[in-house]
Design a binder for this molecule. Structure first.
Ligand code: NAP
Ligand code: ZN
Ligand code: ZN
Length: 349
């Protein structure tokens, strides 16, 4: 089945309309008419080949929501008309320890929603900047928010789970002081979710204009990280810092804000490495630097249900598909509050 999509044919080319094929649903497949797809900074990193191994054509998009239009004969959990989501994962090996633990995101055989090998044409997966997607039911999520919020739910499928998972894993909650660094797509979700978990949340931003905005998202305090005195006021006080920054930066300035045994979790995935941190900032307070990648399927469903129960969605700016290239430039300037979402209906035109 031919469907319309938006993608790029090379790293130095803009995204443009492109025709792609989707397989007919197999026995375990769910066919989804995509209503909205969020724009993650990872899409930009991949389509501009800032990370290694981009396959062409590249159709990004892994914050997908829509409605089921057909199901295979053996699909049990979904039926035509259901509101569903697809995040960053469309398959995995299904038998390793990570898959067994429901952590398909750490499976060596994980198949990402775009840029991963598949038997389908053209030989690699193509993502959500498209009208339709066909996914095995094991990797499809149920949307439990009201339908009117559907567009604002899309970013939860990556930005939501990528922040929820480490916040849960490292125990964000009452009595914990949690920093969220970089108030973009991921960071603004991190603030909302950490606040809903009951933590004391401090937002770190390089943008003075986001200082007050961070508080309306749920931050108890906001710090402009370029200001050394403001940073010093929080020395040795954090249990956890969730760092979402998409560019290399000085990790020491944040490490010294952790108290003894505190952890800074890196989720930002810049194209080039951060400068090495000073080892003394780790050993003198038994501090840790950790990393975390998206989340497992069961945990993603848990996150969606948690967000629905707490009335949490993303703050979005809706765009047409022909505005994607401009949206990328604005995202690079930090000029979006806080996530662009593509109205998939605009692909038809
Ligand atoms: P985004 O919307 O562009 O937000 C990134 C934020 O980082 C910006 O809004 C800005 O916040 C801050 N920032 C950017 N450049 C900076 C610089 N040079 N110095 C200091 N701060 C800077 O991006 P996103 O979609 O949230 O993604 C963030 C990163 O996470 C990307 O690298 C993406 O690839 C990665 N990611 C990782 C995972 C994972 O599984 N680990 C999943 C999704 C995305 P302020 O204006 O507040 O300073
Ligand atoms: Zn993403
Ligand atoms: Zn596996």
């Amino acid at each position: 089945m031919l469907v319309k999509a938006y993608g790029a044919h090379a790293a130095d080319k803009p995204l443009e309309p492109i025709g792609i094929t989707r397989r007919a649903p197999g026995p375990h497949d769910v066919q989804i008419e995509i209503a909205y797809c969020g724009i993650c900074h990872s899409d930009l990193h991949q389509v501009r080949a800032e990370w290694e191994g981009t396959l062409w054509p590249c159709v990004p998009g892994h914050e997908i929501v829509g409605r089921v239009s057909a199901v295979g004969a053996h699909v049990g959990a979904f039926r035509e008309g259901d509101l569903v989501g697809v995040g960053c994962i469309v398959d995995s090996c299904r038998h390793c320890a990570d898959c067994g633990d429901g952590l398909e995101n750490y499976c060596d055989g994980m198949i990402g929603t775009y840029n991963f090998p598949t038997p389908d044409a053209p030989g690699h997966t193509l993502g959500g900047y498209s009208q339709r997607i066909v996914v095995d039911e094991r990797y499809v999520l149920r949307v439990t928010h009201p339908e009117a919020q559907l567009a604002a739910v899309a970013p939860l499928l990556c930005a939501g789970i990528t922040t929820y998972s480490p916040l849960r894993h490292w125990g964000a909650g009452p009595g914990k002081k949690v920093g969220v660094v970089g108030i973009g797509g991921l960071g603004h979700m991190g603030i909302k979710i950490a606040h809903a978990m009951g933590a004391h949340v401090v937002a770190f931003t390089t943008s003075e204009s986001k200082r007050e905005a961070a508080k309306t998202l749920g931050a108890d305090e906001a710090v402009v990280s370029r200001n050394p005195e403001e940073m010093a006021a929080h020395a040795k006080s954090f249990d956890l810092i969730l760092n979402t920054v998409a560019a290399p930066h000085d990790l020491d300035a944040l490490l010294v804000l952790l108290k003894r045994d505190g952890t800074m979790v890196l989720v930002g995935a810049p194209a080039s490495p951060h400068p090495s941190p000073n080892v003394f900032n780790l050993i003198t307070k038994r501090r840790s630097i950790a990393g975390s990648m998206i989340g497992g399927i069961a945990e993603t469903q848990e996150m969606l249900d948690f967000c629905a129960a707490h009335g949490i969605t993303s703050d979005i700016e809706m765009i047409r598909a022909d505005e994607i290239n401009e949206a990328y430039e604005r995202m690079l300037k930090g000029d979006v509050k806080y996530r662009f979402v593509i109205d998939s209906a605009s692909l038809a035109g």
